[in-house]
Design a protein around this ligand. Structure first.
Ligand code: SF4
Length: 514
């Protein structure tokens, strides 16, 4: 067992190359000496009630109220962003790579049917069974049917956002099959009965003390022992026997290679390899947009994925599955549509299908870092969630596109150059056209439209608002109509407006000189 004061594990401790010496782990030791983190209870995320619009602001306010957790979350994700930047600077052709990746995705999406059929043919030639699912229900029922045929009692499952999107775990559990998540973060979330809060680091909002409490309650771990190696070992020791007993294994797929009919899965724990190779049957559930034409194209994405996600040169395990592992074993790939065809036909939002789920846009987003992934009440949170979620249900996720400052940082870090902030803005317009703005927003927008459409009125309003802000009582500015104002104070109003300053310093001087 490693020493307990080790801050993070090196990718390869023996290698001297600087890019390999960067650390892969998020700094999870942050609460060793932090008394507040050890006593504070983190927020549980958005309240989800059927089709009712998710109140992200309310959940974000609870997240911010747990101050030590908010600080820890913000620091961890910003740490990942910094590591991503460091890796980017080591690759001189980084911007060309991003453009290339974006172009490959564009081309593949424009010829999606062709590449999917190519994949199907080559996969079948490799001995893989290929299934097509139009929606989540079809995906789940195909997977359940396959498991029933093999009399599956235990399914070991590697982390998959598509699985989350389809509600696969719950559907399988309803059939009496015991589902065991093999990714450490995902297992923590499963045991705590919570969804993943981030596409790459599912339990990033939890401190090690939180994890210790979950393991004490569910795995019988020693109470109060929050040593990360002890906790990881506890999870490993309880999971490994189940992996050996499981009749079926399930993984997602980061990429499908059309020319070879193979599935590529990237993990840092090797858990996908255990899930795929140990049981007799390997089921892959994967979205149809994950296809790339050939191996040379795959290489571009492999170079970008882990650098963008965790700031490490490559994922620890980049596994290439090209057929059943065992003699007599089975490998099935379920190709899932679930709204992807509809998005493909929508020029405004098609680019969202380029996403490789690296999470870089989440790590850089100031709103995500300070509100936590669970506050979005959706499988996909953060900037990518703002543009994907309303495509699944515009009414339920109508508030999400407003949880952004539109600063464009998400688009700048995206390895496949998705115009995320522009799409967020497009969604705001689309939701307004669909009549999905709340009454308060409609009234405010109408008033803002009148003021912004009239320069004289705008200048007068700004001048008066700045003056008024200095004297208005606190409760008038910070009340229930201004939910973002909770825990977020406005900066002091400037002494004069930019227009006033410009008029005084330039316009008047120019007229004197004339
Ligand atoms: S939108 Fe871009 S940055 Fe965000 S998860 Fe997808 S690929 Fe990564």
């Amino acid at each position: 067992m490693r020493a307990t004061d080790e801050n993070s594990r090196e990718i390869c401790p023996y290698c001297t190359r600087s890019e390999w010496r960067s650390t892969m782990n998020v700094n999870i030791n942050s609460d060793v000496n932090d008394v507040a983190l050890q006593h504070e209870v983190g927020a549980r995320g958005a309240v989800v009630k059927g089709n009712k619009p998710i109140d992200q602001l309310e959940a974000a306010n609870r997240f911010i109220a747990a101050q030590a957790h908010e600080k820890m979350h913000d620091n961890r994700l910003w740490d990942l962003r910094k590591k991503r930047d460091a890796q980017m600077h080591l690759i001189p052709e980084w911007e060309e790579l991003r453009q290339l990746a974006s172009d490959i995705k564009e081309h593949t999406l424009d010829h999606l049917a062709h590449y999917l059929e190519m994949f199907e043919k080559n996969a079948k030639d490799n001995g893989i069974h290929v299934h097509w699912a139009q929606n989540a229900e079809e995906c789940n029922s195909i997977a359940i049917e396959l498991m029933k045929k093999r009399q599956t009692k235990i399914l070991v499952k590697s982390k998959s956002m598509l699985g989350e999107e389809c509600g696969l775990r719950k559907a399988v559990e309803k059939e009496g099959i015991n589902v065991i998540e093999t990714d450490l973060g995902e297992r923590i979330q499963q045991l705590d009965n919570e969804d993943p809060s981030h596409v790459v680091v599912p339990a990033v909002h939890k401190s090690r003390t939180d994890v210790s409490k979950v393991f004490t309650k569910t795995l019988g771990a020693q109470a109060g022992n929050n040593d990360i190696h002890y906790l990881a070992e506890t999870q490993r020791e309880t999971n490994r026997p189940l992996i050996l007993k499981a009749e079926a294994g399930m993984t997602g797929g980061n990429f499908l290679v059309a020319e070879t009919g193979a599935v590529v899965v990237c993990t840092n724990e090797g858990n996908a390899d255990l899930s795929a190779n140990t049981p007799g049957m390997h089921i892959v559930t994967v979205g149809i947009e994950k296809i790339v034409p050939g191996l040379e194209h795959l290489a571009v994405f492999i170079r970008l994925l882990s650098r963008s996600a965790l700031g490490s040169p490559i994922t620890q395990y980049t596994s290439y599955f090209r057929g059943p592992r065992h003699h007599g074993g089975e490998m099935h790939v379920i190709l899932v549509d679930n709204t992807r065809s509809t998005r493909l036909a929508d020029k405004k939002f098609k680019a969202g299908l380029k996403c490789i789920r690296c999470g870089a846009c989440m790590n850089t987003c100031p709103v995500f870092r300070r509100s936590g992934g669970l506050s979005y009440g959706s499988t996909y949170a953060g900037p990518i969630g703002l543009i994907l979620s309303p495509g699944y249900n515009a009414h339920k996720f109508r508030n999400l596109p407003f949880a952004s400052t539109l600063n464009g940082s998400c688009s700048n870090v995206c390895p496949v150059k998705i115009n995320i902030h522009e799409q967020i803005f497009e969604w705001r317009e689309t939701l307004a056209e669909k009549g999905e703005l709340s009454l308060a927003k409609r009234i405010l927008m109408q008033a803002a439209g009148k003021i912004l459409g009239n320069p004289a009125l705008y200048r007068a309003a700004i001048k008066n608002a700045d003056r008024a802000l200095k004297y208005l009582p606190h409760f008038i500015v910070y009340n229930n109509l201004n939910k973002w104002g909770k825990q977020r104070d406005l900066p002091p109003a400037p002494k004069e407006t930019f227009h006033g300053w410009y008029e005084k310093n330039y316009l008047k001087k120019e007229s004197v000189n004339e």
